[in-house]
Design a protein around this ligand. Sequence first.
Ligand code: HEM
Length: 171
Amino acid sequence: MQAFAEWIATTGLSRSLAGTGWAVPTLQTIHILAISVLFSAVVMIDLRILGWTGKGQTIGQTLKRFAPWFWGAIVVLACTGALMIVTEPVRELMALSFWIKMVLLAGGIAIAISLHRHVRGNALLYDGEETSPATVRKWAWAVLAVWVAIIFMGRFIAYDPQIWGAWSPIN
Ligand code: HEM
């Protein structure tokens, strides 16, 4: 992985992005804005599934309303994240926090898809009930925990050696 990361650093795109003072802070800012959109969508959907807010809309309507923001933010996060990797490949690809985050991200997206499919496949739940069955509420809490963990890991990337010590490949 180290050799691959060092190879990326020799590419023209990496050199030109790394050579500008504004690329990384601008990409990180757009990344943070997209995190706020994604996390707001996750919280709004979860609070409706838990029956705590948004009872003026069915769960189906809430999903229809916030799912496009969720998936749109994922696209922006993937693009800005990929460009940040190209700009600082060793810092990112050699960070243990980065790989934990990517595994959590795959899990978070898989849970989101299966939760949406489950709700969609259950018309009664989808268009009627005020609160969801306990299993669905448990899923809603799991989703929230996964996205909070992803945010922590995103921030930990910058402090990988300090946080993971000898486990950090950067050491
Ligand atoms: C979709 C794929 C994603 C990729 C490839 C990606 C990649 C990255 C990279 C390379 C960084 C820069 C780390 C650094 O150098 O300090 C970063 C920062 C971060 N990411 Fe992501 N990310 C993705 C999605 C997400 C998601 C879904 C979240 C949270 C919901 C997230 C939360 C964060 C946070 C909190 C930071 C630290 C921002 C900062 O302090 O400036 N990322 N991400």
